[in-house]
Design a protein around this ligand. Structure first.
Ligand SMILES: Nc1ncnc2c1ncn2[C@@H]1O[C@H](COP(=O)(O)OP(=O)(O)OP(=O)(O)O)[C@@H](O)[C@H]1O
Ligand SMILES: O=C(O)[C@H](O)COP(=O)(O)O
Length: 393
């Protein structure tokens, strides 16, 4: 899909309303603890500022459910953005209304204004046309750089485009290109590495990717469900029992299509009651009272080898409870294989990115998507509302 981008327009001195995804984690004081998403939007913001546009940024933060939640104000985000840009970022306490209009009027070419959390208004998530019109009335041009929220049909991600000329920012363009290319034109062998806790979120992706990949490697809680579906005893491991039938049918479908599905041959386990230390066992020998919390070393080595021999790899979901160092080894092995080989590597999902960050490998993969849900929906083959409004007609 080809998008209209900001390169195609003259933005000089214009009021440009930019939807960004600054939905970032904050500490108790409201300071940003991970600024990856803010940094990812900088190329677009800087491009506009260099051309002396008046830049009006808008984002959601958390899920305040249509009400003002003090802890979800954009104050900490404005502060961090100002530090990164090296210039003042003006802030207002709302995203529509007289105070905002006044601040926009006072905005000089090359100035930045950050609006308050869009989700303080229930109309945002309802994609209310009147609310979208009010947002649009602040500017001459609309730019969407919020790939992370592109799967939501909200006023700021979709509705505004009915009232203003709409263009993609550089992050949006990069995400759509990187994720799009692994769907439409992947170099083979193409391997998908899927882990994490929940099978539910990944059914759509699995069903789409099974049509494209050569191999699927399962890890994490996801693998436990597939192991149990194959009749292996996984002790007290986390299992998604509602999806055992799906797992069986999926394995059959993959076999019919000639896709290799690999499950862990060994696992790192620990007592379910939290007392006692890690053990490595074969994946059919998890005793009752123990749970699998990571793939084992043999599996990690095998998976790394498959990744190194691949030409394209997509990774979503950690191989284990990576938040604890002793169960992060499998995820680390996968992350290193992706980072240290020539494979075109695309990584999606907040937790997989957290693994890359933990081991300092985030800038070593071909593309680390800023979208969790958005990257999964994109790879399901679905049209994202926030992308559709930017498509060249
Ligand atoms: N074997 C396991 N047992 C229990 N929990 C696990 C296991 N393996 C991984 N996890 C947990 O799965 C969680 C991540 O699962 P999730 O499905 O949300 O992944 P994701 O899609 O990468 O993340 P996000 O939802 O943030 O995009 C992590 O908190 C991790 O600790
Ligand atoms: O973090 C995300 O995935 C995006 O910012 C979207 O947030 P949401 O799931 O609350 O819509």
């Amino acid at each position: 899909m080809k998008l209209r981008t900001i390169r195609e327009i003259d933005v000089g001195e214009k009021r440009v309303l930019v939807r960004v995804d600054f939905n970032v984690p904050l500490d108790d004081q409201g300071n940003v603890t991970d600024d990856t998403r803010i940094k990812a939007a900088l190329p677009t913001v800087r491009y506009l500022l260099d051309r002396r546009a008046r830049v009006i940024l808008m984002s959601h933060l958390g899920r305040p459910k249509g009400k003002v939640v003090e802890g979800l104000r954009m104050t900490g985000v404005a502060k961090r953005l100002g530090e990164l840009l090296g210039q003042e970022v003006k802030r207002v306490d709302d995203c529509v209304g007289p105070e905002v209009e006044k601040a926009v009027q006072g905005l000089r070419p090359g100035g930045v204004l950050l609006l308050e959390n869009l989700r303080f208004h229930p109309e945002e998530e309802k994609n209310d046309p009147e609310f979208a019109r009010k947002l649009a009335s602040l500017a001459d041009i609309y730019v969407n750089d919020a790939f992370g929220t592109a799967h939501r049909a909200h006023a700021s991600t979709a509705g505004v485009a009915s009232f203003l000329p709409a263009f993609a920012g550089f992050l949006m363009e990069k995400e759509v290109k990187a994720l799009g290319s692994i769907l439409t034109d992947p170099a083979h062998p193409f391997v998908a590495v899927l882990g994490g806790a929940k099978v539910t979120d990944k059914i759509g992706v699995l069903n789409n990717l099974v049509e494209k990949v050569d191999t699927i490697l399962f890890g994490g809680g996801m693998a436990n469900t597939f192991l149990l579906a194959q009749g292996r005893d996984v002790g007290d491991s986390l299992v998604d029992r509602e999806h055992l039938d799906f797992a069986r049918e999926f394995m059959q479908k993959a076999r019919q299509r000639g896709v290799r599905v690999e499950l862990p041959e060994d696992l790192a386990i620990a007592p379910a009651d939290g007392n006692g230390s890690l053990r490595v066992v074969d994946s059919d020998a998890v005793p009752s009272g123990w749970r699998a919390l990571d793939i084992g070393p043999r599996t990690a080595e095998r998976y790394a080898g498959v990744i190194q021999r691949a030409k394209t790899a997509f990774w979503n979901g950690p191989m284990g409870v990576f938040e604890k160092d002793e169960f992060a080894r499998g995820s680390k092995a996968v992350a290193r294989a992706l980072a240290e080989s020539d494979v075109v590597s695309v990584v999606g999902g907040g937790d997989s990115l957290a693994v890359l960050e933990k081991f300092g490998l985030a800038d070593k993969v071909t593309h680390a998507s800023t979208g969790g849900g958005a990257s999964l929906e994109f790879l399901e083959g679905r049209e994202l509302p926030g992308v559709a409004v930017l498509a060249e007609k």
